[in-house]
Design a protein around this ligand. Structure first.
Ligand SMILES: [Zn+2]
Length: 113
């Protein structure tokens, strides 16, 4: 009896859960659909006006943005925190200066009195 009750309760939960998911996907698709419509009309306007210079500029700008973003990511990945960060060192270095710093770091565990 107890098992039956638990199972039916579980079924009910799953049902309301999927209903919620259905609503969620409907809303998401509607949002995506309207966004797609706006995007398509912008592309349509750009093509129909034949303003391809403007179009090329946007692509150029996007490419520049992606390159800048990639460079930024690359630079960030080259910056490393001090090896003794766990001991309280807050400094961040590039690979080579980090190695130098770590030999003189005041948070170096062997430098403790
Ligand atoms: Zn340090």
């Amino acid at each position: 009896m107890v098992t039956n009750y638990t199972e039916s309760a579980l079924d009910h939960d799953q049902e309301s859960n999927s209903e919620f998911l259905n609503d969620f996907w409907k809303a998401a698709l509607m949002g995506y659909g309207s966004g797609l419509c706006i995007g398509l009309s912008i592309i349509y306007i750009m093509i129909s006006t034949g303003n391809l210079k403007w179009h090329a500029r946007i692509i150029e700008g996007m490419e520049q943005g992606i390159i800048t973003w990639r460079r930024k990511k690359q630079r960030e990945s080259l910056e490393l925190p001090c090896r003794y960060q766990v001991f309280g060192c807050q400094d961040v270095f590039t690979y080579h200066s980090r190695h130098q710093h770590e030999q003189n770091c005041k948070f170096h565990p062997y430098n403790f009195p």
